[in-house]
Design a protein around this ligand. Structure first.
Ligand code: FNR
Length: 188
């Protein structure tokens, strides 16, 4: 069985360490996880005025989530919360009312920061949002990556063995979580 994982990178930065982290996670993931990025950078700001007729970017967002068996959020922490661009994407995906794309969706969160606590506070914020959206979140392991120069190569190779083992375990646990959720709640 192959599981299709749509992943969100919460940063719009061309130098994003979280994008590099996403490359590392893909490299270290079990082989039966297939990944596609769900882009968030071109979405307009959400307004309920769009509910009757979503723009193409937002329809593409919802289609990409619908084509996923699970979602993975790889995001920085901004001001002890989540980046506005990511919150905007989640708001789009959660609407129109009654068409919440995250309903029963297996999900996991992870993030990297140059700060010591490695997005821990931002992830709690993201978890609260995803709870309201009724996503089936992996609760453990948690993964707070303290980024230091040289920890990853640009294409996502992890240079430190213990970090590689930790991230590999995280992705293995995510795969198990996805399988468990989908066994109980198959995707439509
Ligand atoms: C940050 N940064 C940051 N770091 C952190 O650990 N906690 C925080 O609350 C914040 N807040 C914050 C706000 C804003 C607006 C910016 C631009 C940055 C620093 C952040 O961790 C760092 O810039 C990372 O490199 C961001 O991740 P990406 O964009 O490189 O993936």
């Amino acid at each position: 069985m192959t599981y299709r994982v749509g992943y969100f990178v919460g940063s719009l930065s061309s130098q994003s360490i979280n994008r590099t982290l996403s490359r590392a996670l893909i490299r270290l993931a079990p082989p039966d996880l297939e990944f596609h990025e769900i882009p968030i950078g071109d979405l307009p700001l959400y307004s309920p005025d769009f509910d009757a007729d979503y723009p193409a970017e937002a329809r593409a967002l919802k289609d990409a989530i619908a084509a996923s068996d699970a979602v993975l959020f790889v995001s920085p922490e901004y001001n002890r919360s989540i980046p506005g661009a990511l919150k905007n994407a989640i708001d789009w995906a959660s609407r129109p009312w009654g068409q919440n794309s995250f309903h029963h969706m297996p999900a996991a969160v992870i993030g990297a920061s140059i700060g010591q606590i490695g997005t821990a506070v931002g992830q709690q914020s993201l978890r609260a949002v995803l709870s309201f959206c009724n996503a089936r979140q992996m609760t453990a392991p948690e993964a707070y990556v303290h980024f230091k120069p040289g920890l990853f190569t640009d294409d996502g190779e992890v240079t430190d063995d213990s970090t590689a083992a930790f991230l590999s375990d995280f992705m293995g646990e995510f795969r198990t979580h996805v399988e468990r959720v989908l066994t109980v709640i198959p995707r439509p």
